[in-house]
Design a protein around this ligand. Sequence first.
Ligand code: ZN
Length: 178
Amino acid sequence: MQTAASVAMGGLTPRVDVCELCSTGGEMLRASVLVWHPRGGAIQVAVCDRCTAAVRRLIALAGAAGSGGPAQILVRTELSPAVQDVESVVVDLVGEPTLIHEFTDPFRAADGRLYTVCVWGQGRADGTWIGWLLFVPRAGGATRRTPRETTQSNREQLYYWATGVEPAYLTGAFRRAS
Ligand SMILES: [Zn+2]
């Protein structure tokens, strides 16, 4: 049978250890892959830079047309959501990435560059909405996005969350964005 899971990248306090995805030893681990199972529970594995790039690419391929948000995927196994099983990943079309809120004031990064900040959201099969932030450089260049920043009970609650985001929060979110 198929079970739905969602996958995103998260941060990690850097350390040198065995990559928990490709099992290569002595790697600098500075990111994590987060897998939420629909029946509850979550798995977090610390990953090397190569696995980080691979999983980011996988998430980009799997979904989130336009916005590049966290992908929802189906994993064809009853046991565990095996992220490395690339052939098992298919797009779950439930829930379109949606622009929830665009902040009026730009965000100024430490290097002085200005970014337009938007909150995007996506509905999940259980009716909840996840939210993440996009930082769009006003002078052009690569858009940065955060991993999932929040899960709310519905779209309206996600909008309320978005409108309550403070400038100090954006500074931290910008560091989480890539
Ligand atoms: Zn690895």
